[in-house]
Design a protein around this ligand. Structure first.
Ligand SMILES: [Zn+2]
Length: 370
């Protein structure tokens, strides 16, 4: 579908193109398009779709270009609209339902719990403007992933799990290269009797300035899986969506998405999908008590390496004072990598460290539109 049909055109942003693709392959089921006013209000007010199913974050198509707003003003319900990518290519077709008046402050406050523009998602939402469009979409075939291993669709991952004879799969959400503390949670999960396999599913769509580059994250995971994972029990695949740093609401959203990929358990670490100090680190655990989404949350406390235990542990297994722990924060490891300092193998596998020591692995200002 390279030729554009003779339809009015809209030009979604990068994040919305990712969403379009995910709606098209069923990753956001039961969502079949960009939300209308009633759905948006229901999600913001209750954390549920109008039909009652839990759904924590709005999926919207804001119109940020003046020409798009002019096009949208002329649309009538039922009109088809071409959704066009940055190179002028057709990415999907929207069946227009209605214009949606967006209140960026209200969306930010309700979905992200803050209107502080220093929050990476909130800063963007506040620049959206007040007009969006709603309607069901169909997307063209997803583009091949440039992020390492193939990006599976939900039907492909379900089929793969079936082929492997897995009836119970735990999903591991991440957005950073793997430390041994992350690996520990994966291993503990694989030891469970009720887990047949592990689906490592890093979010590597558009990340924020200062994050590792998506392809670096995937290479680091490939190195970990190749050298340290029981290959017949782990599947690794990228998930290209923009990372929503909404703390608990994002944790719930990310779990719903993984259920669509065929997972029945979901690993929730400390401060999952948080950023800075915006969220209580264990709010992402508690939200699973308030909403039953048909997936079992596996809630873990923060893992660390303890010198006295001589192993990775959490406060559930280690009795020693925090002074016995090696500081495993991203910041500390990042600093050591930058300065060429030693990284103990207790914190980072050498194969992973070698990748992270390469030049230009961090997203800079100007890369952010990727
Ligand atoms: Zn200890």
């Amino acid at each position: 579908m390279s030729e554009l049909p003779a339809l009015p055109q809209l030009h979604p942003g990068v994040d919305q193109l990712y969403d379009l693709e995910k709606i098209g392959i069923g990753a956001y089921s039961p969502i079949d398009g960009f939300m209308d006013s009633a759905t948006l209000a229901s999600v913001l007010d209750t954390g549920r779709l109008p039909e009652g199913l839990p759904w924590s974050l709005p999926i919207l198509l804001p119109l940020t270009q003046p020409d798009d707003r002019t096009v949208a003003e002329r649309l009538r319900a039922g009109d088809e609209v071409a959704l066009v990518g940055p190179a002028g290519e057709l990415r999907g077709v929207l069946e227009f339902r209605e214009r949606v008046v967006l209140n960026p402050k209200r969306i930010a406050e309700s979905a992200f719990g803050t209107i502080d523009p220093s929050h990476p998602n909130v800063g963007e939402i506040l620049r959206w403007g007040e007009l969006g469009v709603a309607g069901s979409v169909r997307s063209v075939a997803p583009r091949p992933s440039t992020r390492g291993p193939p990006e599976l669709t939900p039907s492909q991952s379900r089929e793969l799990f079936r082929t492997r004879g897995w009836s119970s799969v735990a999903a591991y959400q991440c957005r950073n290269p793997p430390h041994t503390a992350h690996e520990y949670l994966q291993r503990v999960t694989l030891e469970r009797e009720d887990v047949d396999g592990l689906f490592i599913h890093p979010v590597v769509g558009r990340l924020k300035v200062g994050d590792y580059r998506p392809e670096v994250i995937m290479r680091a995971y490939e190195a970990l899986v190749a050298s340290y994972c029981a290959h017949d029990r782990v599947v690794l695949s990228p998930l290209t969506i923009s990372m929503r740093y909404a703390g608990p609401k994002a944790a719930l959203f990310l779990a719903i998405v993984r259920k669509n990929y065929g997972c029945s358990l979901y690993i929730v670490g400390r401060d999952q999908a948080g950023v800075g100090k915006f969220y209580d680190p264990y709010a992402s655990h508690r939200i699973f008590d308030a909403f039953d989404i048909g997936i079992t949350p596996l809630r873990y406390e923060e893992a660390f390496f303890c010198r006295s235990c001589r192993s990775t542990a959490t406060s559930k297994t280690c009795p020693h004072p925090s002074s016995d722990r090696i500081d495993t924060s991203q910041t500390r490891i990042r600093e050591a990598l930058r300065s060429g300092g030693e990284i103990p193998p207790e914190l980072l596998r050498p194969e992973v460290a070698a990748i992270l020591r390469e030049p230009d692995v961090i997203l800079k200002e100007g890369d952010a539109g990727r």
